[in-house]
Every structure is written in C-alpha cells, then in structure tokens.
Ligand binder design. Structure first.
Ligand code: AMP
Ligand code: GLY
Length: 421
C-alpha cells in the first residue's frame, strides 16, 4: 500500500515509524513532515491545511490510505474532502471532529448523555459572563469554545483574573472566533490521565494509558505547553479507574456521537482528571495526542495499518489490540525559552547514536535540514522515548539517551516519570 501521513510533529514521526513496520506498507509519504520523518517517508511540501493540494497529490500518487495527525485539518473537514473524491482516509469527519473542535458541543454532549465532567455554564456575551463571575467559586476555569493552539484554557485564581480572562477571550479575541463563546467551568483537582482509543463508529478499543507533563518547568511550574514529556502506563490509572471509565465514559461517548448522527471513526483521546469523586472528562481530542503517541505506539504490538483499516471499514470488533508490558517514558527536548520566545536554526548533533539502539527512539518534532545540516525548527524539537521493564528503567534509559543529543539552548524537564510526580 501507498500511505500518506498528514502533519509534521513528533506524533506524526511516531505514526510514520509505526506504519513503516507494517507488512502492508510499501511506500510512505508525509506532508509536510520533518527531518526525522524524511528518513522513513518521502516528505512532500504541502501544508496540512491545503486540502485540495493534498487530495490532488493523493489522487496523482494513487495513495491507498491517508492518515491525518493534527486537529486543525480534522476539525476543518479534511476527511470530508478526501471522501468526496473517493479517497480512503483515517480520521473523523467534520461533523464528528467537533468533539474536539467545540467545547460547547462536547460539554453539551456529556451533559445530555450523563458522561461525568466538570459542572459548567456557556456564555456568548461577555457582560453576562462577567455578571456570573460575581458569585462564582474560585479558582475557576475559562475555555474558549474553539481551537486555540492548546492555549484557550485559562485557570483563574480570583474574580479579577477571571474578568480579565473573559475580556482576553471574548472582547479582545486573543484566539479569534474561537472565543465567540466560552465555557466557564468548575475547577477540579486530581491527577490527570490521557487515554487514546481507536473507534470505528460503533466499537471502541483502548490503547494504553499515559500521563502528560504539560507545564514547562519541573514540579509542574511554569506555563502550559503542548506537553514536555509522557509516561505510559499512567501510574494513577488504576484498575478501578479503568472499570469506571469503561462503564460510564468510553462506549457512552461513542454511542452518544452515533445517536447524534455524528458517527465517530478515528482516534478519540480522553483527557481525564481523577477526582476524589471519580474520573471526570476534562476534554476530548479527535486525534492522537502529542507526546502521548510517542509513548503509546512503541508499546503497541499490532500492525497499525490493520487497525486503521478496521476503523474505516467498521470492523474494529475483529481486532484485538495488544500492548507490551514494558513501560515507556518520553522526554521532550525543547528550545530554551519555549513556550514563549525561542530561537530556531541551532545545529543538532547526535541523532546517529540512536541507530540500532534497542528500545530507544528519537522522534523529531521541530527539526529540518538547512544547508545539509540538521537544525532546530520549533519549540519542541524532539521526543526521546525509551522502553523498560519498569517505569524506573524506562525513565533512566530515556534520560541517559537525552545526553546523546546536543544543540545550543537544549531544554528539558528533569522530573518526567519521577517516582514522586
Ligand atoms: P485542555 O487544553 O482542555 O487540555 O486543558 C489544559 C489543562 O488545563 C488541562 O490539562 C488541565 O491541567 C487544566 N484544566 C482544564 N480544565 C480544568 C478543570 N476544569 N479543572 C482543573 N484543571 C483544568
Ligand atoms: N498532549 C496533549 C495533546 O496532545 O493535546
């Protein structure tokens, strides 16, 4: 099969790496890809949002399957464009990707179908939101309805911060029309868990659990980022939590989408907070997580192309997903200054050290070749993943492997998967 992957991050590198092991994959393309991906796939210079050019390319190259990584193209309807042209594609249609694309939609769905989540109110008028904040409990959480590059969630410790937040989202439109409506939500406390799943419209099969480290600095300090590291399995995702989510959340979400006439095919990413009163859904994503994918796929034993096809064909019930017992830890190497200001174009050395290194992977995120040299090209530069018999072993291996890579202003957290985290 000829397979096209859309996207350019560490998630897409992990997906391409996994596809490359499939007995079905003859040729892999990636648009636009990055330097690391270009070792496994032919990278083509088409942006993820240029649907017409991507579909033209898929037609011209007779691509048998396209896999879409990022949220933006899914929410904007790339799958509908491909399907309308008779092209086979893995991911939810626009009417199902709304599960991630609109927080107002996803909260409404959970309320209607009794899926546990934080209590909330929706506002489309800043004055009404500000009035509501007069008698609210603090801290409180404000969420832009639409996609906001992962930055549309504000945790406000008091009324002043919340009023400023409403102005930022709704009046100043910091994230454009994503802030036309906002969700004002109860602040929950507890450990977080990420669970990825494959869905074929009716059947859901879970991948391994993971834990994301979202803050930029050690001890969960600093700004929110796209994710500074990950561990799988998530140490707090116990058997009891799993049973609760199986009973009240996973199938319920898939069935709710189907009942709404929004059959979901693709990956649903469940973001949970494990509160004292049980797990609650913080968010849904309609795609693989990043860096979650970088710890989950190295543990997966199935041929991923079989799974993609089963999802598209509505035959996921015929697949048994298998995961290694090993733990996986991913440490993100970032450009100093991320997620705020950082420099690009720093030469990266040491990637050759990963060749043939069993159970150790270097997934590229923001990298490119310039004048024949590998250089940094983003805030998150690479994810270094290692497998181990235990989390501790995986963690030690991953941190040791981070030393193999050098570039100026290399930054990472040092407490990913640490025992006390
Ligand atoms: P999201 O962009 O929806 O993943 O939210 C980003 C982060 O904000 C989450 O990972 C949580 O750490 C935090 N967050 C979101 N909603 C809540 C909430 N209701 N209570 C506490 N923390 C939250
Ligand atoms: N790591 C969180 C996300 O992919 O949204």
């Amino acid at each position: 099969m000829k397979i096209l992957v859309v996207g350019s991050g560490g998630r897409e590198h992990a997906i391409v790496w996994k596809i490359a092991q499939s007995k079905k994959a003859e040729k892999i393309y990636c648009a636009p890809g990055n330097a690391g991906i270009s070792e496994l796939a032919e990278c083509v210079d088409i942006k993820a949002m240029d649907f017409k050019a991507l579909a033209d390319f898929a037609e011209e190259k007779k691509i048998d399957l396209t896999v879409v990584g990022p949220d933006d193209p899914l929410v904007a309807g790339i799958v509908d464009v491909f399907e309308a042209r008779g092209l086979r594609v893995f991911g939810p249609r626009k009417n199902a990707a709304i599960l991630e694309g609109s927080k107002v939609f996803s909260k409404g769905l959970m309320k209607k179908y009794g899926i546990p989540t934080a209590a909330y109110e929706v506002f489309d008028d800043p004055e009404a939101a500000i009035k509501y904040l007069e008698n609210a409990d603090y801290p409180i959480v404000l969420k832009a309805d639409g996609l906001a590059l992962g930055k549309g969630v504000l945790i406000c410790k008091d009324r002043k911060e919340a009023v400023d937040g409403v102005k930022e989202l709704m009046t100043d439109k910091a994230f454009g029309s994503a802030g036309d409506k906002i969700v004002v939500e109860e602040f929950l406390t507890g450990k977080e868990a990420s669970v990825l799943s494959f869905v074929d419209g009716k059947t859901i099969k879970l991948m391994a659990s993971a834990m994301d480290y979202k803050r930029a600095k050690d001890n969960d300090e600093g700004l929110n980022t796209g994710g500074m590291g990950n561990v799988s399995p998530n140490p707090f995702y116990t058997k009891e939590v799993d049973e609760f989510c199986k009973k009240h959340i996973y199938q319920a979400t898939v069935d709710a989408m189907a009942a709404e006439g929004r059959e979901f095919k693709g990956v649903i990413f469940f973001g949970f907070i494990l509160t004292e009163k049980g797990p609650k859904v913080l968010e849904f994503n309609a795609r693989f997580g990043d860096p979650e994918t970088q710890v989950v796929l190295p543990r997966m034993e199935n041929d991923i192309v079989d799974v993609f096809e089963a999802c598209i064909d509505g035959k996921l019930d015929e697949i048994e997903l298998k995961f290694k017992e090993d733990a996986a830890v991913c440490v993100i190497l970032a450009s100093g200054g991320y997620p705020e200001k950082y420099e690009k174009g720093k030469e990266i050395k040491g990637t050759e050290n990963f060749k043939g290194k069993e159970g150790c992977y270097c997934f590229h995120a923001g990298t490119k070749f310039a004048d024949g040299k590998l250089v940094t090209n983003g805030g998150r530069v690479m994810g270094i993943t290692a497998l181990g018999k235990t989390t501790e072993e995986a963690r030690e291996k991953a941190y040791k492997a981070t030393e193999l890579i050098t570039f100026s202003n290399k930054y990472m957290r040092h407490d990913i998967a640490a025992a006390n985290r």
